[in-house]
Design a protein around this ligand. Structure first.
Ligand SMILES: NC(=O)C1=CN([C@@H]2O[C@H](COP(=O)(O)OP(=O)(O)OC[C@H]3O[C@@H](n4cnc5c(N)ncnc54)[C@H](OP(=O)(O)O)[C@@H]3O)[C@@H](O)[C@H]2O)C=CC1
Ligand SMILES: [Fe+3]
Length: 418
């Protein structure tokens, strides 16, 4: 309704947008006048890089003095994207490099790029954006780093990561015992880190043995527009560092299960529909392998998977009844099974959809085949003095009734089988 809009927006004067009497209260005009920032709300409207930090050419300008200072060791991709975001969030950033002159131009102008020794002297929080194998090259800075918070951002490669091996954070903490090590940002992509949490993951898992250090880093993460998530002590970093290595977590077992079921049912249907007729009656039905046998197999797999979605719930209920309480942990196998129900259910649905598509396409394919046979027969010249055909279906075009009966459809004048 237009009523009341004028009270809400008393600044609206003469309307230049439409021909209404002034002041105009039409919704379209009001929407044109309201600044976009007041129309929409939420975090996404906040500019990721504040205007006051931008030069006229779009690069980042000097940060005002008195802003919190953050150090970054390393000048690679991670350091660059992090520095850009930190400056955009109002932090003063100093980057420590082995060769500051070479890489200074790659950072926003407000970032101070210097040698490692100078970079770590004043900030209390220092990001270690170098690979694990180069941590030991930072040991020369031990005295200057004493008492500071080191934020480890590294991820192990797959070969490095072994479940019972010490994490990169634990290794860093052992090299710098006088520092507090905090894990953060290892799961955030370079794009999200630089552009802010617009469309990517917003959660930043944080681990440390020191609650104060965790709090300081959490506040910084929050100021950068992300959501800090406390993942516990430094020992939890083994789990957190393994996160980026997991592709589609939770799907491996259900997918293998679905494939296994498919292979079993396909084998069974192959023996029943193809191999058995071939051995017993010498009938060649191998043409059924790509479509018909697959289509018979898909619903079997779908039903089996669906039953595997419901079964653990029943087992869990039975176990609770037997134990007389629901406050005891399920056995591990049942716990894992319960956690995979969503994936198993989706795979079941996928098989059912494939079955529907196959079933829909099969009659179309048969109809096309009969059309081709009809055409071929029509083109055959009648023999000059041919005897009466033994099989009428070979000399006359295949009727609609024939292909309908072969396709499992029934024509109107055909009697129903009881
Ligand atoms: N890139 C990404 O998107 C992500 C990276 N990470 C982690 O961030 C860390 C850095 O990654 P990234 O920036 O991509 O790597 P890069 O190879 O781009 O940069 C590594 C930096 O380490 C510095 N460095 C310090 N000491 C040494 C040394 N002895 N030998 C070689 N280099 C050294 C170098 O800077 P200089 O020469 O100036 O000293 C170099 O620029 C890694 O631990 C990685 O796992 C985590 C998540 C995502
Ligand atoms: Fe079916």
């Amino acid at each position: 309704s237009d009523v009341g809009h004028l009270d809400l927006f008393p600044h609206l004067g003469c309307c230049e947008q439409c021909s209404n009497k002034h002041p105009c209260a039409s919704v379209s005009c009001i929407l044109t006048y309201i600044p976009s920032a007041t129309r929409t709300s939420g975090k996404m409207d906040k500019p990721l890089i504040s205007r006051r930090l931008m030069d006229s050419d779009g690069s980042l300008a000097e940060t005002p003095s008195g802003t919190p200072k953050v150090g970054i060791l390393g000048s690679g991709d991670f350091a660059r994207s992090l520095a850009t975001r930190l400056v955009g969030s109002g932090f003063s950033v100093v980057v420590g490099s082995r060769n500051p002159k070479r890489i200074a131009g790659l950072f926003p102008s407000s970032v101070h790029v210097t040698f490692q020794e100078q970079a770590v002297s004043s900030p209390e929080i220092i990001f270690v954006a170098v690979f694990r194998e180069h941590y030991s090259s930072l040991c020369a800075l031990s005295d200057q780093l004493a008492g500071k918070i080191l934020v480890d951002v590294s991820n192990p490669t797959e070969n490095e990561h072994l479940p019972h091996r010490e994490s990169n954070d634990e290794f860093l903490a052992s090299l710098f015992p006088a520092c507090t090590v905090v894990e953060a940002f290892n799961v955030i992509s370079a794009w999200t880190r630089q552009a802010g949490p617009r469309d990517g993951n917003q959660q930043v898992p944080i681990c440390s043995d020191q609650p104060e250090a965790k709090l300081s880093v959490s506040e910084m993460v929050h100021a950068m527009g992300f959501k800090p998530v406390d993942m516990g002590p430094l020992a939890s970093t083994r789990e957190v560092e393994a996160m980026p290595l997991r592709l589609l977590p939770g799907w491996k077992v259900p997918t293998l299960l679905a494939l296994g079921l498919f292979v079993c049912f396909y084998g069974y249907n192959f023996i029943r529909d193809v191999l058995h007729p071939y051995v017993q009656e010498n009938k060649n039905k191998f043409y059924k392998l790509p479509v018909s046998v697959v289509n018979t197999t898909l619903p079997c797999v779908a039903y089996m998977l669906l039953s595997l979605v419901y079964l653990p719930g029943v087992l869990a209920a039975a176990l609770q009844l037997q134990r007389g309480t629901k406050y005891r942990r399920f056995p591990d196998w049942l716990d894992h099974w319960l956690q995979h129900r969503k994936q198993i259910g989706l795979l079941s649905f996928f098989c059912a959809v494939l079955h529907a598509l196959y079933s829909f396409c099969l009659p179309l394919r048969r109809s096309h085949r009969y059309d081709l046979v009809n055409l071929a027969i029509k083109q055959m010249p009648p023999p000059a003095c041919a005897p009466a055909p033994a099989c009428p279906s070979l000399s006359t075009p295949v009727s609609q009734k024939t292909w309908m009966s072969h396709s499992g459809l029934r024509s109107k004048d055909q009697p129903t089988h009881k």
